[in-house]
Design a protein around this ligand. Structure first.
Ligand SMILES: Cc1cc2nc3c(=O)[nH]c(=O)nc-3n(C[C@H](O)[C@H](O)[C@H](O)COP(=O)(O)OP(=O)(O)OC[C@H]3O[C@@H](n4cnc5c(N)ncnc54)[C@H](O)[C@@H]3O)c2cc1C
Length: 511
């Protein structure tokens, strides 16, 4: 008798989603996590007394386009989502504007501020909402080779599909220019699209902009108490189904016998046998845990990239005060702080040359504005995500260059909110090296693998492994950001993988 039906390697949110569905289907599940907390890139701890910091993702957007929260009854397991509205605060430092959950209000306010641009925003949403919905549908199922065609057909709805297709194949920077003549509107939208990694000049990248209508459909939310509220609830859901979750339990090896994955061995030497192994870690970590003869060339050749973002997390003794005094709204949503498009492109140019960007655009997050459990009364958490930062530098080391990169992020923020530096009472600097060392994100890629078209849909992680099964090795399954639909707080990969796993193990679905 094996120890478990399913052992799960890693307790990132996708792995926990798979584990929770499997447990709910009656399978005996054991989850083994390397760190001292569950959640991986979706976890939160009180790192400065009185201030709770997320370690990774903070904006819960894509998971709202999935049935995960409802199906796993995560509210019953303690998840409490707080709405973030306005969802975004866009600013070049002089003229702030807001993206509200209410699309019409957003368009109206834009029109008043930048004549013609509210109308352009309406047209953009009207043109691309069906497409965005079809992308969300594709996220919620295992990928197929015809996904691009399906997206185009489903998004057609009477539109000129040839024109739609040619836009989808373009760089998102080009598509943004087609719609928005005003750079102060265009640059923040482009900056948001840049969050998946590829720059605005990449061909085939338009979907990163074209799914913008989903923000209005699903909204932006925060678990009360921090991002880790999601993974804590998932942990409880696994246990409610009779599963067990072990922390400080790094997996060293996936045990293989007779061409089948049979269990795992921990760094400490303990072994656990199972009918199936699911890996929710980075693909390269999975490959490293396997006997080399079971690692195909394609697994070694995935493109992990060279890092792209870093974060300066600050504990402040006072609330953020923007130069344009648009509080409290400007403290609520994600601050898309970018002076112009050139700032983003210049940063990308420096990154390509192996240098940390000197004047980064920022995503500013001060979610203590919506959740008073994150900071003491009157205080604030301020997290500044910046791009672009190479993991491998052309000159020097990250130890040597961290202070300079941190200072440049802070200086960039002071353009919008001068005096912030005087209120800092604690901080965490997350360089690409930090992300790799602490969270297991190889080369600091928060999406695991590059999110370029050649590694999306049926090509993620590679064509032969896109159905959440490791090719050539029975009993080994994959979930997580290394698989379709990729990085981000979504849980869709976890759910898609669970469907395959549960069907294989029980010969019936999990409903
Ligand atoms: C700084 C940062 C900011 C981000 N911001 C956002 C955001 O605002 N919105 C958004 O949608 N996304 C954001 N993301 C991306 C998103 O958080 C990740 O893509 C996503 O959470 C990945 O989840 P996962 O479950 O697939 O994998 P991971 O979270 O990477 O989980 C893998 C787990 O495996 C564990 N592990 C590794 N090796 C072993 C081993 N040998 N044995 C056992 N366990 C092991 C790891 O510790 C980890 O817990 C951000 C990420 C980061 C890092």
């Amino acid at each position: 008798m094996p120890d478990f039906d399913v052992v799960v390697m890693g307790a990132g949110h996708n792995a926990l989603v798979t584990a929770a569905y499997a447990a709910r289907a009656g399978l005996k599940v054991g989850v083994f996590e390397r760190r001292h907390v569950v959640g991986g890139a979706v976890s939160t701890e009180e790192l400065v007394p009185g201030y709770r910091f997320d370690y990774g993702g903070s904006a819960h957007i894509l998971i709202r386009m999935t049935p995960v929260v409802r199906e796993l009854e995560l509210t019953r397991h303690g998840l409490h989502y707080l709405e973030v509205d306005p969802m975004f605060h866009a600013s070049d430092g002089e003229t702030p504007w807001f993206v509200w959950r209410d699309a019409e209000r957003t368009a109206r306010e834009l029109e008043a501020l930048f004549p013609g641009q509210g109308e352009a925003y309406r047209r953009f949403l009207d043109d691309w909402t069906p497409f965005a919905r079809s992308v969300a549908d594709l996220f919620n199922s295992a990928p197929g080779p015809l996904d691009l065609g399906k997206m185009v057909v489903r998004s057609g709805q009477g539109r000129d599909w040839q024109a739609q297709l040619s836009r989808i194949l373009r760089p998102y920077g080009d598509v943004a220019r087609e719609y928005f003549a005003e750079e102060r509107v265009r640059a923040p939208l482009v900056w948001m699209a840049a969050q998946s990694g590829p720059p605005p000049s990449d061909p085939l990248s338009a979907p990163f902009l074209l799914w913008h209508p989903l923000y209005h459909a699903g909204g932006v939310a925060r678990p009360k108490g921090g991002s880790g509220g999601l993974t804590k609830a998932l942990h409880r859901a696994v246990e409610a189904g009779g599963g067990q979750v072990f922390v400080n339990a790094p997996v060293k090896r996936i045990l293989v016998r007779d061409g089948k994955a049979q269990g795992i061995e921990l760094e400490g030497g303990e072994r656990y046998t199972a009918r199936a192994v699911v890996s929710g870690t980075h693909l390269l970590t999975t490959a490293q845990a396997l006997p080399p003869e079971h690692v195909p060339e394609a697994a070694r050749n995935v493109r992990v990239g060279n890092g792209f973002g870093m974060v300066l997390r600050l504990a402040l003794s006072e609330r953020v005060r923007y130069r344009q005094h648009t509080e409290p709204e400007s403290r609520v949503g994600l601050g898309l702080l970018i002076k112009n498009e050139r700032q983003l492109l210049k940063g990308y140019g420096e990154y390509l040359a192996g240098e940390p960007t000197t004047d980064p655009p920022l995503i500013a997050m001060s979610f203590s504005a919506v959740d008073d459990s994150l900071a003491p009364p009157g205080g604030e958490v301020l997290w500044l995500w910046a791009q672009y930062y190479p993991y491998q530098l052309a000159s020097g080391t990250w130890e040597g260059r961290q202070a300079e990169a941190r200072e440049n992020i802070l200086r960039a923020f002071e353009h919008y909110a001068p005096g912030t530096r005087d209120t800092i009472v604690g901080e965490l600097v997350q360089t690409p090296q930090w992300l790799e060392r602490e969270l297991g994100l190889h080369r600091g890629n928060v999406m695991h693998l590059e999110m370029s078209f050649d590694q999306m849909f049926a090509f993620r992680p590679w064509l032969g492994a896109s159905q959440y099964r490791w090719p050539g090795l029975k009993g080994l399954y994959l979930t997580g950001a290394s698989t379709h639909p990729g990085g981000g707080i979504m849980g869709a990969s976890g759910r898609n993988a669970a469907r395959v796993l549960v069907k294989d193990l029980t010969r019936r679905g999990w409903r």
